[in-house]
Design a protein around this ligand. Structure first.
Ligand SMILES: [Zn+2]
Length: 120
């Protein structure tokens, strides 16, 4: 399962950040998921629920934000919303494009629980 590996990677990264902030637990985790990333949201959620028991994510809520594709044209510099990779530029009709967003899976937001009574 592709998504389980990606979810584990995101959770590792989030856990490292949480440790760096001396957090006790994670309250919420937001991931940006590009619609062209080939990642199924239900599978991510399933992987998260399966892996979180006994971890800092035990109480955490997973939020998945879908990111619509945007392309940029290397010929004329136009940036535009697209439905798929390689969709032609609406201005110059060129096909020399690159994907700006919509293919990513990244950590967008992390809400941490930090206990305040830990001074000693
Ligand atoms: Zn163009």
């Amino acid at each position: 399962m592709h998504e389980a590996g990606l979810m584990a990677e995101a959770m590792n990264k989030a856990e490292t950040l949480a440790m760096q902030c001396n957090a006790d637990a994670v309250a919420g985790l937001t991931l940006r998921v590009g619609v062209l990333s080939g990642v199924a949201l239900q599978a991510l959620q399933f992987a998260f629920d399966a892996m979180k028991p006994g971890t800092v994510f035990e109480q955490a809520e997973l939020r998945l934000e879908q990111v619509l594709p945007r392309l940029s044209c290397r010929d004329c510099g136009m940036e535009y919303a697209a439905q798929e990779r390689g969709q032609r530029c609406p201005v110059c009709k060129g096909s020399n494009t690159s994907l700006l967003q919509g293919g990513e899976l990244e950590l967008a937001k992390l809400e941490l629980i930090v206990r305040e009574d830990r001074t000693s």
